[in-house]
Design a protein around this ligand. Sequence first.
Ligand code: PMP
Length: 392
Amino acid sequence: MSKFTLSNTVTTLQPSGIRKFFDLAASMDNVISLGVGEPDFVTPWNVREASIYSLETGHTAYTSNAGLFELRDEVSRYFSKKFDVHYDPNEELIITVGASQGIDIALRTILNPGDEVIVIDPCFVSYAPLVSLAGGVPVHLATTGEEEFKINLQALKKKITPKTKAILLCNPNNPTGTLLEKELLEDLAIFVKKHNLIVISDEIYAELVYDGEYTSFAKIDGMRDHTILISGFSKTFAMTGWRLGIVAAPSEIISHMLKVHQYAIMCAPTMSQHAAVEALRNGEHDVEAMRRSYMQRRNYLVSSLQENGLSCHLPGGAFYVFPSIQNTGLTSEEFAEQLLLKERVAVVPGNVFGDCGEGFIRCSYATSLEQLIEATKRIGRFLQTLPTFQPV
Ligand code: PMP
C-alpha cells in the first residue's frame, strides 16, 4: 500500500495473466514451455556481427529521433518489396523500441480522453491496457472458434458509437494464429471508411505466414491514409532482445507521433539499429529458413493435438495454435495449471487474451520439433487422466 495517491488508471490495471504461469514454470524442473511468445532461434550471426562492428567503430551516440536514416531507407525499400506499400523514409517512418512502443505512441497520439478503441479478442495482452493508459476506452469485440477467430462485421457494427476512434488489428494474430484474407480486409475497409476510423494494424507476424498471400492493411484500396502500420524485428529476425520496431503512417500522423517518441524515448538503441540495417539487407535467407521450420512445427503440432482428441484449426500465420479444451471439463486456467503440475508442460490459458478466449489454450511452437513431440506426448497422457475428457 503506497502512502501516495497513485494514478487510478495504473493502480486498477491487472498484471499480465501470462506471468503467473511463467513464474510457476520457472520454479520447476524439466518443464517444456509452449508458453513463450518469442522465437527460439538466436539472431543470425551476420546481424549480431554488424552490431558488434558498430560498437567497435564507436557508434555509441544517439541517432536522430526517428532512427538512423540508413535504416529508415532500408525499411522503406523492404515494405515496398515485401508488401507493396510505400512510405517516405524522411516523413513517414519512425524506428521505435519494439512494436510495443509503436502501439503505445500510436494510441497516445490519436486518443482524446474517453475515445473508444475496438480491440478484437482474443488479442495480445498489451492492447487493452495500452488503450487505457493512453486515456482511451477499450471496447472488446469477441470472435469465435467456429469462425476461426475472424472478425464478424455484423458484430463489429454493433460496437460502433460516436466515440469510436480506432480499431486495433493484429494480422496474423497473437494468440490464435489466424490470418485475415484480403477479401475480409476489403470488407473491413468499407466499414473503416464509412465511420472515418483509424486502424492500428499490428503486422509484426507478417513474415510468418504459411498459407496463401499476405496482404498488409495499408495495401487495401484507400486504407493507407487510415492506417498506422506497426511492424518490427523481434519475430521476423529473432531479435526480441534488441528492442526494435517500426511505425509507418502518413506524415500528418507521424509528425505528431515523433513528438511523443522524442520526449519519452529520444531514439531506439543505436547498436540495435545498426544490426537491423544488416538484417534487412542480408536477412532474407535466414527469415525463409525460420519460416519453413515454423511451418513444419505448426503442421506437426496441429495434427498431433487433433490426434490427441482436441479440436484445433490450422492457423495461417504467427507461431501459435489455439486449440479448444472445451471437451475436457476444465476451465482454461485449470487445464494450464494441472497440465503444468502433472506433466510439466507450460501453455497459456486462453482467458488471459480476453473473455472469449475461455475454453482455449495458447500453445507456441517457437520451440524445437523434438520438444514439441515430447510435449504432445505428455499432453496426450494428461488428457487420458481426465475422467471428463471426451475426445473429438
Ligand atoms: N504485437 C504482438 C501481436 C506481439 O505478439 C508482440 C510480442 N509478443 C508485440 C507486438 C511486441 O513486440 P516487440 O518485441 O517488437 O515489442
